[in-house]
Design a protein around this ligand. Structure first.
Ligand code: MG
Length: 383
């Protein structure tokens, strides 16, 4: 079993943010959430454990409370102590290997995680690192002095991977001495370490400039597009109100359904889920669950949008077609697009809402119900 241990207990004051560093958003998603997701969805990682500052529980719940994680371990006064506490918590779980990662490196790639994991097959410790390309000089009396040989230097990154027992023992024995990373702890106890190619992209967010640079990296990354399709039908009930695409028709009979039966938002939710192949609305919100009785369907859509964002996806365009005899949609179309623009955080010129009758044919033609179709285009950072 290979567990990722993610350290998020630092304050990160150099970032000068209004919250602890791990919870600062990068393009809308907290650093910790990005780091956790990178490991959670990696096929070679079996579980993720986060270490937090006891004062950050509220931030933690907000950032990752909805993800399948065990309760966080409470960290200590230093990074090293936090790592040791995390390892002690994992000791009972039978982990064979551990990847120790700083939450402040949110752009860690799947390929880098794999390289570290593969190196652990032959070494008790493996970490990503980059060579130094700049000339390095000693600072002597405030002035540039003698040059240092670059050949003998490495810039260490995380995740740093270890055979579990050897790093646990090393951390226990080195508890009184200070090391700046876990490889340092391992080396001090005679554990042999190797390195694999790190990535510039796997930068550690420390200053506001780092955050801006990471945002630029994300923006400049090549993107691929995926299309999702959704379809839904609801039968008319006797009583108003009708809710379509978040807009209420107070005098028109409504639709039958467990939630508010907004057939348009249901089709749209399915289409968003389809872009990340995450099943359909019923997978996430079982119709027999009493929590969703009369629920605002916007709730379902928001959940689908979280799953899309977690997969690194960005909504680009939506196209919805409502199929019904009445009421007429035209007079309310702009209200629908405005409501969708709010819900999707997408400008209205990327939100198409169309409606058609079915010329009196079929169940729609007989006025028995409403059908809705949705097509969603989303883009994803290519890995
Ligand atoms: Mg439905």
């Amino acid at each position: 079993m290979r567990i990722a241990l993610i350290l998020a207990a630092g304050q990160g004051r150099r970032l000068a943010a209004d919250r602890p560093k791990a919870y600062v958003p990068l393009a809308g998603i907290p650093l910790l959430r990005r780091s956790v997701l990178a490991f959670l969805r990696h096929p070679e990682v079996d579980g993720v454990q986060v270490v937090i500052d006891p004062d950050h529980r509220r931030w933690y719940e907000q950032a990752v409370g909805d993800l399948p994680l065990p309760p966080p371990v409470l960290g200590g006064a230093s990074r090293q102590e936090s790592a040791r506490r995390g390892l002690e918590a994992l000791a009972a779980q039978g982990a064979r290997q551990v990847l120790i990662h700083d939450a402040a490196r949110p752009l860690v790639s799947g390929g880098l995680i794999r390289r570290v994991a593969e190196a652990l097959a032959h070494h008790p410790a493996a970490a990503p690192a980059l060579p130094v390309v700049d000339t390095l000089r000693r600072l002597e009396d405030g002035r540039p002095g003698a040059a240092l040989s670059r050949q003998h230097l490495l810039r260490m990154q995380t995740p740093q991977g270890f055979a579990f027992q050897s790093i646990l023992e090393a951390h226990r024995r080195e508890a009184g001495r200070s090391h700046s990373d876990d490889v340092g702890v391992a080396l001090a106890q005679g554990v042999e370490a190797t390195w694999v190619a790190g990535e510039e992209r796997n930068l550690k967010i420390t200053t506001p400039e780092d955050l801006r640079f990471a945002e630029q990296l994300l923006q400049a990354s090549p993107r691929i597009h995926r299309t999702g399709f959704g379809y839904d039908v609801h039968r008319f009930a006797d009583r108003p109100p009708l809710v379509l695409l978040g807009v209420t028709f107070p005098d028109h009979p409504g639709l039958l359904g467990h939630s508010d039966a907004d057939v348009g938002l249901h089709a749209l939710t399915d289409a968003v889920l389809a872009t990340v192949a995450a099943g359909d609305i019923g997978t996430h919100f079982p119709p027999d669950d009493p929590r969703w009785r009369g629920a605002d369907s916007a709730h379902f859509l928001r959940r689908a949008l979280v799953l899309l964002a977690d997969a690194g996806g960005r909504l680009e365009h939506v196209d919805i077609t409502l199929l019904l005899e009445r009421p007429r949609i035209g007079p309310r179309r702009e209200a629908m697009r405005a409501r969708l623009s709010e819900l999707l955080a997408l400008p209205t010129d990327r939100i198409s809402v169309k409606a058609t009758t079915s010329e009196g044919l079929g169940f729609v033609g007989r006025g028995e119900g409403v059908a809705a179709y949705a097509v969603v285009t989303a883009s994803f950072v290519e890995e």
